[in-house]
Design a protein around this ligand. Structure first.
Ligand SMILES: [Zn+2]
Length: 446
């Protein structure tokens, strides 16, 4: 088991037997339904039962009175390695924006920087009720960096996919480290099923002036083919129509491909994606900072599977409620009385749809007996939610991360009464601050 100098061996809470009693249960499973006053029984990391009343004499009771109990949020695209860069960025100074800062500091990351930065991002994920994440690691500078990022995921106890990428600044004609990808799969894809693996591809359409990569179709064929030979899925940034047009007819589109940022696609593009089962991850807060419309409604209409993502937390926070609210509001803004989007549809997007997109819907994304125990309890008695009306309306229109009382991942209670149960947050923050200061000193600034 790999450790890092600043990372003492982590002991996560054990998977015990728990009974959430008397909560307003939103299962996100049509067969189970919703229970305004229901119980959820967890044992050894598995959901045993979801019903109006469950008898479990040996279980520790988690009082659900006044709480909403639902599956944890599933994020499907988040660059956790950038998290510690927060103090170096500002939105109102173009030279200190997300892209210049990540390009300037990225080449200077040590494995320890990666570990500390990813751990900070994951700490925020836990606090915000995110129980699964896709760690979109587009600055894997060496095998040791890959190990550092995956160790941070393991040490935090989150469920997630590590999307293995290339180092920032790598020449476009140099392939990713395929041998190490295979090694990571052998060494890290865990027997307990918490960690899965995929790749994040460099851009194929040269957007951002190629700074995030501008590989040709031949290189995509080579790298994606290697991933597919290992049975690993692929994720790709594409803001606009360019990449989809370039990939059409190449044989590279498939149900193991996820695109990110649904902006600027045409009806023909969307038909092509639907035909090949390609999905789209929507990062509403980041996308609202770009030109063009977030094409959530268009993707739904075309039958393209969608999911929700945070993207990064360097110039905004992780708030899945705000992400849902933004899409809800945007649809009203765009379609007015013709808007047919429901609040429940957005909670599906943020839970079960994300699990499906990451290929883990057999394990998580709904409160279904037999699935792994990933759930959150939300205090509906807080001033911004009480008195509780429709719970979906409350979640999408009014809730905030601060309302999250309890976070359970794979049967382990990782947050209780709004506090971490295992993570030393003071150390996480201190280490991240050191990393940010050190990177600022080491990086070359224009
Ligand atoms: Zn991104």
């Amino acid at each position: 088991m790999r450790q890092f100098a600043d990372s003492p061996p982590v002991t996560l809470p054990s998977r015990g037997e728990f009974l959430v009693r008397g909560a307003h249960v939103l299962s996100m499973d049509d067969a189970v339904g919703d229970l305004p006053d229901g119980d959820v029984h967890l044992r050894d990391g598995t959901i045993v039962a979801v019903a109006a009343s469950v008898t479990a004499p040996g279980a520790e009771v988690l009082d659900g009175k006044g709480m909403i109990c639902m599956p944890g949020f599933v994020d499907t695209h988040w660059h956790h390695w950038t998290s510690a860069l927060r103090p170096l960025m500002r939105q109102d100074d173009p030279s200190r924006g997300y892209f210049p800062v990540t390009f300037a500091t990225g080449p200077h990351f040590t494995p320890q920087d990666s570990y500390r930065s990813v751990r900070l991002g994951l700490a925020q994920a836990l606090a915000a009720g995110v129980t699964s994440t896709q760690n979109w690691a587009h600055n894997v500078r060496s095998p040791a960096h890959a190990d550092a990022e995956m160790a941070a995921m393991r040490d935090t106890g989150i469920r997630g996919r590590f999307a293995y990428g290339t180092p920032i600044g790598i020449p476009n004609d140099q392939p990713m480290d395929i041998a190490d990808l295979a090694r990571a799969q052998r060494d890290w894809v865990s027997t307990d099923g918490l960690l899965t693996l995929g790749i994040c591809s460099r851009n194929v359409d040269g957007s951002l002036g190629g700074a995030r990569g501008a590989i040709g179709i031949d290189m995509a064929r080579r790298e994606w083919g290697a991933a597919r030979d290992l049975g690993l899925p692929i994720t790709l940034h594409t803001s606009g129509s360019g990449a989809i047009k370039r990939l059409t007819g190449t044989g590279l589109l498939g149900p193991d491909l996820q695109l990110v940022h649904p902006l600027g696609s045409s009806a023909e593009d969307r038909a092509e994606l639907a035909k090949h089962g390609v999905s789209y991850s929507i990062a509403p807060i980041e996308e609202m900072r770009r030109q063009g419309t977030i094409q959530f409604a268009e993707m739904l209409e075309a039958g393209v599977s969608t999911s929700l993502s945070i993207d990064h937390t360097t110039t905004y926070n992780c708030d899945c409620f705000a992400c849902m609210r933004m899409l809800y509001t945007l649809n009203m803004h765009r379609f007015g009385a013709k808007n047919t989007l429901t609040a429940r549809r957005l909670v599906q997007l943020a839970t079960i749809d994300g699990a499906r997109d990451l290929g883990v819907d057999d394990k998580t994304g709904s409160l279904t007996p037999g699935k792994r125990a990933d759930l959150i309890l939300i205090r509906a008695t807080d001033a911004n939610l009480a008195p509780l009306g429709d719970p979906y309306e409350a979640l999408v229109s009014m809730a905030q991360p601060d309302n999250i009382d309890t976070v359970v991942i794979d049967g382990r209670i990782l947050r209780r009464h709004g506090q971490y149960t295992a993570l030393d947050i003071d150390k996480v923050v201190r280490d991240a601050a050191d990393t940010a200061a050190s990177l600022k000193a080491r990086a070359t600034w224009a």
